[in-house]
Design a binder for this molecule. Structure first.
Ligand code: HEC
Length: 204
């Protein structure tokens, strides 16, 4: 059963070719549409990453790791919504198989995208730069995230983490799955959803 699932995914995640360029998508699309979706997705995810990193850096510097957890925990969801509202017409979410906040749990389509990144990384040793999915009335752009050294403060092996950080995480996220990572691991994705009619208008 599991094997059949993986085989199906390999088909769904097949690298499609349009005009000689590789497209990482679950449907074949004209290159112009891919470009519009990629531009939307990249702009939104870069903006979100910039805001989150700014917040994280300041919090780590001024409040230390335990205080920074509280900042992340209070602000990450709000910052994500604010960036989406600022751009307009889109939705943004961060998600991972090993999620910390249950709000970030992947839905069925997000799980397919996460599998696509995991499987391709396993097969080729490289993370594809993006993945596009067409689902009911919207296009979803996924940007993969890798673990960097600073992330280990809160997502590393609990044995090597500050015990106060471990304690705070347990208090705020009793079901936390987001530890045990190493530098370079695939951590999860940023998902940017864009309504189909917005893309169609931009492609005219
Ligand atoms: C100061 C501690 C801290 C650091 C450092 C940190 N995170 Fe997190 N991370 C958190 C907290 C707390 C959450 C839960 C936020 C929420 O409630 O939405 C989280 C959530 C996430 C999520 C959303 C999915 C989930 O698990 O809920 C991703 C993706 C993520 N972090 C990636 C990273 C990456 C990549 C780095 C390094 C660049 C990093 N984090 C550094 C504390 C941290």
């Amino acid at each position: 059963m599991k094997k059949a699932g993986v085989a199906l995914l390999a088909v769904a995640g097949v690298l499609m070719f349009g005009c000689g360029k590789t497209q990482y998508a679950n449907v074949d699309m004209p290159p112009k549409r891919v470009k519009v979706i990629k531009d939307f997705g990249e702009d939104a995810s870069k903006m979100l990453l910039k805001e989150l990193k700014k917040e994280l850096k300041t919090a780590l510097k001024t409040k230390g790791p335990v205080g920074a957890i509280e900042v992340c925990s209070r602000k990450a969801q709000a910052i994500t919504q604010e960036v989406a509202e600022e751009i307009g017409d889109i939705q943004i979410k961060r998600t991972s198989f090993k999620y910390r906040n249950p709000n970030n749990k992947p839905d069925e389509y997000e799980a397919q995208a996460l599998k696509f990144f995991e499987e391709t990384l396993k097969k080729t040793g490289k993370l594809p730069p993006y993945y596009i999915q067409k689902v009911d009335g919207e296009y979803r752009y996924y940007k993969p995230l890798k673990v960097q050294p600073v992330c280990l403060t809160c997502h590393g092996d609990p044995k090597h983490m500050d015990p106060k950080v471990v304690e705070k995480l347990k208090e705020l996220y009793p079901e936390d799955k987001a530890t045990g990572y190493k530098v370079g691991d695939f951590r999860g994705v940023i998902r940017v959803s864009i309504p189909e009619d917005v893309i169609k208008k931009s492609c005219l």
